[in-house]
Design a binder for this molecule. Structure first.
Ligand SMILES: [Zn+2]
Length: 250
């Protein structure tokens, strides 16, 4: 359910959600210092997105005050003050415009995802029950957008969305990833899941050995955890981890 724009309390909660998502991504190493951003859809034609003020302390210490309301062309829908919008805002606006099923977008630069993309290591289902959602994502295929530069305009973002297709995530070669989902939890957990897969693919490559294919029958026997159950449960676990690390937001 998309909250109405004039519901201030709901928007406050959504802003805090975006800030929490940034903190989780930083805590887990998918973003470092000030790079990376998260957005959520608000109404038909607006989004809340992580911006950057002059005193920005990085994504790990994001707060609701770092999150601003803009339309899907990137025009401010409120006074931004001295907060600057991300250079790659088009990533978010293009996905939210072209994918009606998407309620949130994560753009991050996870080192292992980038390593795999530049080393030509495909994100294949190299394991089975270790992480079933990651195995299923890999099984269905994670597309790669080949352009290595910043995605700063509608043309590049359109190419990235075309590469994404109807999948939940796309790898940007030599750059990072864009993950999507119907909810903030889904987009964040998908980004974490792709990163987990990439870390294992990279670790296997470091051993110098080739991972043998996981037998089809072994994969087929793995249970379907249900994506929304999994996303919400994992999201809650990461919020609890934020709290345990002293990084919770009220
Ligand atoms: Zn980027």
């Amino acid at each position: 359910m998309i909250p109405p724009v004039d519901d201030v309390d709901t928007l406050r909660a959504e802003r805090t959600g975006v800030a929490r998502a940034c903190r989780v991504l930083a805590m887990e190493g998918l973003v470092s210092d000030i790079l990376g951003h998260v957005s959520v859809r608000v109404g038909d034609d607006r989004m809340l997105i992580r911006a950057r003020g002059p005193g920005d302390q990085g994504l790990l210490l994001s707060t609701a005050a770092d999150v601003v309301l803009v339309d899907l062309d990137g025009r401010p829908a409120e006074d931004l003050g001295d907060r600057a919008l991300p250079q790659e805002l088009a990533i978010h606006s293009s996905v939210l415009r072209r994918r009606a099923d998407t309620g949130a977008v994560v753009h991050a630069h996870p080192p292992d995802v980038v390593l795999c993309s530049i080393a030509g290591l495909g994100l294949e289902p190299v394991f089975g029950a270790f992480n079933i959602p990651a195995m299923r994502l890999a099984e269905a295929g994670i597309p790669v957008y080949e352009y290595c530069g910043l995605v700063r305009d509608g043309r590049r973002a359109g190419e990235m969305v075309a590469a994404l297709g109807d999948r939940p995530a796309v790898v940007l070669r030599g750059h990072g990833l864009t993950a999507t989902g119907p909810t903030l939890a889904a987009a964040v957990v998908t980004a974490l899941t792709v990163n987990r897969l990439a870390s294992m693919v990279a670790a296997v490559a470091r051993t110098g050995r080739q991972a043998p294919p996981v037998p089809e029958a072994d994969r087929a026997g793995l249970p379907d955890l249900g994506s929304s159950f999994n996303h919400d449960a994992v999201w809650r676990a990461y919020l609890a981890k934020l709290g345990a690390a002293g990084l919770a937001l009220p």
